[in-house]
Design a protein. Structure first.
Length: 334
C-alpha cells in the first residue's frame, strides 16, 4: 500500500498507509521517484505556524493546517497507468505533480506536467520553487540595468537571483545569514552577497551612489528581511514580499523614511499571476517557461541532502534545527 508523510502535530511526522482511489478515464497513476521538501511554506506548516483557519490552496493537500495535514507540492514520478481517455502523459513518462510526499497516487492526467526526456528526477523537483521564483520576478518587474536587492538565499531566493539578470536587472545584491548560501548566491549570479549583520543599506548605497535598490525582494521568511528591503530601497522603489509568515507577528518600523521615499510594497504569491499581465500570461505559459528553465539553470548543485521517505522526520528536523547545512532536501521513494 502507498505510504505518505503526514504532520499530526507541530514537529511531529508520521508515515501513513494510503488507499488509492480507482483510476478514472482521465486520470494518471504515478509512482513517485523523489520529492522536494520546501524550507519555506512546508517548514512553516511543520512547525505549526500556519493559520489553522486558512484553507490549503492545492486540491492534492489532505487535512487542514490545524492538523493533521498531508502537505507538500513537489513530487516527481513515473506514470504506471492511465485512463483510456488519456493521450499524454504516457506510461513510463517522467512527470512533475503538485502532490505531497507519497509513494504512489492517482491524479487527473492534466495535473501531471511532462518533464523533458533525460532530465534527472532530482532536477524536476525544482519545478515548484521555480514557479514561485518566476512569479516573484514577474511581480518585481526589474527594468534594464536596475539594482535589485534580494534578502534570503534559500532555494527560492537563489532561483530568483538566477532569473533577475535574465529579466534585465543590472547589479544584484543578496543577503543571507549562512556562509554556504552566500557562496551559492555568487554562483547564482549575485554581484555582492552580504550577511544581515553587515551594513546592508550602506553596501547598497555605495553600489548605487547613494540611491538605494530600485527593487528589493524579501525571500528570507523573516520579517527582519522585509525591514531590510524597506530600509535599503530607493525613492519610489518597489518592495516585494515573497515570503509567507503564517501566524508569526510582523513588526515593521515605518515612521522614518518609509513614507517620504514613496515606496510601493506588494505581495507575491504563486497561486495566481498578476492581473496586469493576465492578457499575456497564464499558468500554462508559466509552466512552459519553468520546464525550459529546468534544462537551462545550474540546479544540480543545489541538492544537498537525500533521505528515504521513511526517514522524513529526520529531514524536517535537519531543516528546522540546522538550516545552515542545507539547500534543497529531497525524499527518495525508490
Amino acid at each position: 500500500m502507498p505510504e505518505a508523510v503526514w504532520f499530526s502535530a507541530p514537529r511531529r511526522v508520521e508515515i501513513r498507509d494510503e488507499a488509492l482511489p480507482p483510476l478514472g478515464p482521465a486520470d494518471a497513476h504515478v509512482r513517485a521517484v523523489v520529492s522536494g521538501v520546501s524550507a519555506g511554506s512546508e517548514l512553516l506548516v511543520y512547525r505549526g505556524e500556519a493559520p489553522a483557519d486558512l484553507k490549503p490552496d492545492l486540491p492534492t493537500i489532505a487535512g487542514a493546517f490545524g492538523f493533521p495535514v498531508k502537505f507538500g507540492y513537489a513530487s516527481v514520478g513515473r506514470v504506471v497507468r492511465t485512463g483510456d481517455q488519456v493521450e499524454e502523459p504516457r506510461i513510463d513518462d517522467l512527470v512533475f505533480v503538485h502532490y505531497p510526499h507519497q509513494s504512489e497516487y492517482v491524479v487527473p492526467a492534466s495535473a501531471a506536467v511532462l518533464l523533458p526526456s533525460g532530465l534527472s528526477p532530482e532536477i524536476g523537483v525544482f519545478s515548484a520553487n521555480l514557479e514561485t521564483a518566476v512569479t516573484v520576478v514577474l511581480d518585481a518587474r526589474p527594468r534594464l540595468s536596475e539594482v535589485v536587492l534580494v534578502t534570503g538565499q534559500g532555494v527560492v531566493g537563489l532561483l530568483v537571483t538566477m532569473l533577475l539578470k535574465r529579466a534585465g536587472a543590472g547589479s544584484v545584491v543578496t543577503v543571507d545569514s549562512h556562509a554556504r548560501r552566500r557562496e551559492a548566491s555568487i554562483g547564482a549570479g549575485a554581484d555582492l552577497a552580504v550577511a544581515p549583520d553587515d551594513d546592508v543599506r550602506g553596501a547598497v548605497e555605495e553600489l548605487t551612489g547613494g540611491r538605494g535598490a530600485d527593487v528589493a525582494i524579501e525571500a528570507s521568511g523573516s520579517p527582519a528581511g522585509l525591514q531590510t528591503c524597506i530600509d535599503a530601497a530607493a525613492y519610489a522603489g518597489t518592495v516585494v514580499a515573497a515570503s509567507w509568515y503564517g501566524i508569526r507577528p510582523v513588526a515593521l518600523t515605518l515612521g522614518g523614511a518609509f513614507h517620504r521615499k514613496r515606496l510601493r510594497v506588494l505581495s507575491s504569491q504563486v497561486s495566481t499571476l498578476d492581473p496586469a499581465i493576465g492578457a499575456r500570461w497564464d499558468r500554462a505559459r508559466r509552466t512552459r517557461l519553468v520546464t525550459d528553465l529546468l534544462c537551462e539553470l545550474p540546479l544540480s548543485g543545489l541538492v544537498t541532502h537525500r533521505f528515504p521517505l521513511r526517514d522524513a522526520a529526520a529531514a524536517y528536523e535537519l531543516l528546522d534545527q540546522r538550516p545552515e547545512e542545507c539547500m534543497q532536501v529531497v525524499l527518495e521513494h525508490d
